[in-house]
Design a protein around this ligand. Structure first.
Ligand SMILES: [Zn+2]
Length: 201
């Protein structure tokens, strides 16, 4: 009976843990090794977790991007400090993000061309939630209108959040990821065009 009760208690405990809906993957620890304490938040239509104490690990080291056979050329170029895009060899359309076929003529053939990395902020959002210790807040998420006519979603760094604006001239930079062989493109204000009173990453 004692053993049976123990099994029963264990089963109930396991059941509670499962239905409690803890964060996927169980306990998480940031790269620093410190325990990441998550607070469960219920909104009108979802449940999410917020870190009570944000301890930035190193906001300049990014999570590893999802590399596929279709976008590998982009990430390989980024790791070499180059921003590239596809140009359709059928109609000449420059496109981004990477895609298998041309959205204009459906041609499957393309060439990879290097971009200047210069452009302007077309749109942006200052993100405050959900928080992750991998970033410093607010995160300036920007849609950059590049000189060549394609747009890219990225982060704007080395800028006071109050200085972010539509039309801000920016240039690409590359920051490391947890994978030493991969880097991610980010953007920063072009020299001399915006105050950099603080740092938003
Ligand atoms: Zn085309």
């Amino acid at each position: 009976m004692r053993a049976a009760r123990r099994r029963s208690t264990t089963a109930r405990t396991a059941g509670r843990r499962k239905t409690a809906g803890g964060p996927p993957g169980g306990r998480r620890r940031p790269a620093s090794g410190r325990r990441l304490r998550l607070r469960r938040v219920r909104s009108a239509d979802s449940i999410y977790y917020v870190a009570d104490t944000i301890t930035p690990v190193d906001a300049t080291v990014h999570p590893v991007p999802a590399v596929t056979a279709d976008n590998e050329f982009f990430w390989t170029a980024a790791s070499e400090g180059r921003l590239v895009a596809q140009r359709c060899t059928g109609c000449g359309l420059l496109r981004h993000p990477p895609a298998v076929a041309c959205p204009a003529c459906h041609c499957l053939d393309h060439e990879v061309v290097e971009l200047s990395g210069r452009g302007e902020v077309y749109s942006y959002a200052l993100l405050h939630h959900p928080r992750s210790p991998r970033f410093q807040y607010p995160v300036a998420a920007v849609l950059v209108d590049l000189e060549e006519g394609v747009r890219v979603v990225s982060n704007l760094v080395d800028v006071d959040p109050a200085a972010v604006r539509v039309g801000l001239p920016v240039e690409v930079a590359f920051e490391p990821t947890d994978d030493d062989d991969l880097a991610v493109p980010v953007f920063r204000p072009r020299a001399g065009v915006a105050p950099t009173k603080g740092v938003a990453r």
